[in-house]
Design a protein around this ligand. Structure first.
Ligand SMILES: O=P(O)(O)OC[C@H]1O[C@H](O[C@H]2O[C@H](CO)[C@@H](O)[C@H](O)[C@H]2O)[C@H](O)[C@@H](O)[C@@H]1O
Length: 261
């Protein structure tokens, strides 16, 4: 098995201890997607979901009696397509969308961005080489993975746009800036799940890799849960794993330890 924990800070559990802490009978699992469950790719559409991951998530969902949700910056529809045929509870667009159970309709938590914002951002993306615009309705991701050097200038231009429309905010991510409505974030989404039947009363576990996950780390910490940071040694983290393949291995180990039905 390919799992290596980075040296843990004092008080953090070792990886095997952490697996024991993540009891599916008592925990609720909240999983970020890009960089956490799946490896980062050059383009948002170039990612792959290993078939073993689908099996692991399906088994973990059953072991946790459904208390498992994807919490992503992608849309819920995009997550369904990516993880097909598996359909999971999910929060999308950084809390702008939520589906509390796989069977429930997607509830919009955030209004679509003003049309003029999209026009201004698409003009900016057209004028800057290597910038890719991903319109998700209540948020627009502006990717610059193909031109990382453009980051500071892009940030200044997007900050100006956000300032011109009250109620919008700019969220930095992994070589991406998200123009979104303020008020929605992954922490709010995790709290919504934890107030819902099937999740309430459990210990929340959030696994994430990015700045965009920090609101969720704070939320689970405040609720007495477990924060697992991927690739970043954050003070809030109860456990740090190096990269997505280590998350997949940890979840597979957890699933393998479950008694047969
Ligand atoms: O919250 P997440 O599930 O981690 O989603 C965050 C964003 O992920 C995607 O963009 C990122 O991953 C791409 C594929 O690896 C990569 O090319 C890009 O540079 C990353 O920023 C997705 O496209 C965004 O919509 C999500 O918000």
């Amino acid at each position: 098995m390919h799992v290596t924990s980075v040296p843990k800070e004092e008080g953090r559990p070792s990886r095997p201890d952490a697996v024991r802490l993540f009891d599916p009978r008592t925990c609720a699992f909240f999983l970020d997607v890009d960089g956490t469950l799946i490896d980062i790719a050059i383009h948002p559409d170039a990612v792959t979901v290993p078939s073993g991951l689908l099996t692991t998530l399906g088994t973990l969902k059953t072991a946790a009696d459904g208390a498992l949700a994807l919490v992503s910056g992608r849309t819920v529809a995009g997550l369904d397509a990516l993880f097909s045929p598996l359909k999971l509870a999910a929060a999308g667009v950084h809390g702008g969308e939520i589906r509390l159970t796989p069977e429930a309709p997607v509830a919009q938590q955030s209004a679509t961005l003003p049309a003029e914002t999209g026009t201004r951002i698409s003009r900016l993306a057209r004028d800057l080489d290597g910038v890719l615009m991903e319109d998700k309705g209540s948020s627009i991701a502006v990717h610059y993975r193909l031109a990382p050097q453009i980051g500071p200038d892009l940030q200044i231009a997007l900050e100006q746009i956000v300032t011109d429309y009250p109620g919008l905010s700019l969220l930095p991510g992994r070589l991406v800036f998200e123009v979104k409505r303020a008020g929605c974030d992954k922490g709010v989404a995790v709290r919504q799940f934890m107030a819902a039947p099937g999740f309430a009363g459990r210990t929340p576990v959030f696994i994430g890799d990015d700045v965009t996950d920090e609101a969720a780390f704070a939320a689970v910490s405040q609720m007495g849960g477990i924060a697992v940071s991927v690739g970043r040694n954050l003070p809030v983290a109860d456990l740090v794993l190096p990269e997505a393949q280590d998350v997949r291995a940890l979840l597979a180990t957890l699933v393998a330890q479950q008694p047969e039905e």
